[in-house]
Write a protein that binds this ligand. Structure first.
Ligand SMILES: NC(=O)C1=CN([C@@H]2O[C@H](COP(=O)(O)OP(=O)(O)OC[C@H]3O[C@@H](n4cnc5c(N)ncnc54)[C@H](OP(=O)(O)O)[C@@H]3O)[C@@H](O)[C@H]2O)C=CC1
Ligand SMILES: O=C(O)C1=N[C@H](C(=O)O)C[C@H](O)C1
Length: 267
């Protein structure tokens, strides 16, 4: 099978560099474009050299290719609308991994998915996506528990992360509230908020050091507690997941997909 040709948007970033490195080592993909903003100080540098794997003949550039099998975006929320517009214009399949954008961008993604295949997921990690399924199972089983089950989501990330809570924490919250029906999403607590309502999911964002991402979902009952914890030890779980998604997406019909589809976790 021919390798999937790839463009990486945000190629000089923490994730972009791991994608360049893993993509270069993977015979199933061929990196053809490493895209950065027009103001990036890295324009013109070889993407492989920046990623620490030596020269690969792909310079960082603000220009988009004319043809590519799929685009992977790990950039910043403000850039995502532009990425979606470019992919629509050229009919490129698009993997969106960037987190932290709002409703307008979400709507643009949904609209674009009527024309091109889009995979949008806050975490490309296999174990996070398995944990989402487990959270759904736990949520369904505990939805009508007689003591009530309080759900708190604690996420830990590196000090450089700009959005809080993580897109993954919000994803866990969506899955659990769909299963259990909570309507209130509370971000941290201070002062005297009073007795905890059952109809609430609490989110807590910890930012320290170089943590590549960790999520703990607490289901607290009276008398017992269930915790689901999933943690990355480095960023390669996200990068390799994104490469799998790009290959999976390239021959799919237009539509909005996520990593549950890519990994075959959706029944
Ligand atoms: N879904 C998933 O599995 C994961 C998602 N993420 C998400 O991916 C995103 C990126 O994370 P990370 O790599 O750590 O962040 P970085 O800040 O390290 O990388 C972002 C890159 O995007 C570049 N960039 C900024 N603006 C533009 C633009 N207009 N056009 C092109 N490139 C641009 C930045 O360049 P410059 O520095 O010059 O501005 C930088 O190189 C975040 O939203 C994060 O939450 C992260 C890990 C996993
Ligand atoms: O910024 C990060 O690093 C990560 N962001 C994603 C998120 O917001 O969920 C995924 C992962 O946890 C790492």
């Amino acid at each position: 099978m021919k390798p999937t040709t790839l463009a990486i948007h945000g190629a000089a970033g923490r994730m972009g560099q791991r994608l360049v490195a893993l993509g270069h080592a993977d015979p199933a993909v061929e990196l053809v474009a490493a895209i950065e903003s027009a103001s990036s100080p890295n324009l013109g540098r070889d993407a492989g050299v920046l990623a620490g794997v030596g020269e690969i003949g792909v310079p960082l550039s603000a220009d988009w290719p004319q043809s590519v099998g799929a685009v992977i975006d790990f950039s910043v929320p403000e850039a995502v609308d532009g990425v979606v517009a470019r992919c629509l214009e050229h009919k490129f399949p698009l993997v969106i991994a960037t987190t932290g954008f709002g409703e307008t961008t979400r709507n643009a993604i949904e609209e674009a998915a009527g024309v091109i295949p889009v995979c949008w997921a806050p975490s490309m990690s296999l174990t996070v996506n398995i944990a989402m399924k487990l959270a759904e199972v736990a949520g369904r089983a505990l939805a009508d528990h007689p003591t009530g089950a309080d759900v708190e989501i604690i996420e830990r990330h590196h000090r450089f992360k700009e959005d809080s809570p993580s897109g993954t924490a919000l994803g866990f919250g969506r899955v659990i509230s769909d299963a259990m029906g909570q309507h209130q999403h509370t971000h941290g607590r201070h002062g005297r908020p009073g007795v905890r309502p059952h109809d609430e999911i609490g989110y807590h964002a910890v930012r320290t050091g170089d943590n590549p991402g960790e999520h703990t979902i607490v289901f607290g009952l009276l008398g017992e507690t269930l915790e689901l914890r999933v943690a990355a030890t480095n960023r390669d779980c996200y990068a390799s997941g994104a490469l799998v998604a790009a290959r999976w997406l390239q021959d799919k019909p237009a539509g909005l997909y996520d990593m549950q589809d890519v990994l075959g976790l959706r029944p």
